[in-house]
Write a new protein. Structure first.
Length: 183
């Protein structure tokens, strides 16, 4: 398969700006295969892995998404990672503490409403986490600025927030680590 230059440029723009490329995107009220992800997967070994390596990045493929990380990470990159992790922890913990099933955040037909996010943000412990991550403003605005722009979460047709494959993977790894440490 030949590399699609238009898609290759779009991939570069997304990845270099800290976004993930998800296998599925929310479009027309549902999840559909992402043509950029298909481009990346079909030419990964033949083209993309070396391309990003040659410009100082590791192109990381996970189940359902891809991203790049610098071979030599810097403070700005660590700050962005801290903000993403802080928001995801606040979301996951907040949803479950309010009595909802975690799947609220992963079902593209449901998602967490702005009202739920406001309730989550009212927790003093959540405010502490957000402050420690240098996240100012409302939880909703931080969802837009940090998670949505990076492709880690999206708003469904109802305007509710749903985690993409990249957001789900954070929790899969977290739950896997917790389960492996149990006696």
């Amino acid at each position: 398969m030949q590399v699609d230059q238009r898609r290759s440029r779009a991939l570069y723009e997304m990845l270099i700006n800290g976004q993930v490329v998800n296998e599925y995107i929310f479009k027309d009220n549902g999840l559909t295969p992402n043509p950029l992800y298909e481009e990346l997967i079909s030419n990964f070994d033949r083209y993309y892995r070396d391309l990003y390596s040659n410009i100082g990045f590791e192109l990381v493929l996970r189940d359902g998404f891809a991203y790049i990380r610098s071979i030599d990470p810097d403070d700005a990159q660590n700050d962005a990672v801290r903000k993403v992790q802080g928001l995801l922890l606040v979301l996951g913990r907040g949803v479950t503490e309010l009595g909802y099933q975690f799947e609220l955040l992963t079902d593209p037909d449901v998602g967490a409403s702005s009202e739920i996010l406001v309730q989550i943000a009212q927790g003093e412990d959540k405010q502490e986490v957000l402050a420690a991550c240098d996240l100012k403003g409302s939880l909703v605005s931080n969802m837009e600025k940090v998670l949505s722009r990076r492709g880690i979460a999206f708003q469904n047709a109802k305007g509710n927030w749903v985690l993409s494959d990249a957001g789900k993977a954070f929790f899969s790894e977290l739950f896997s680590d917790l389960n492996s440490k149990r006696p």
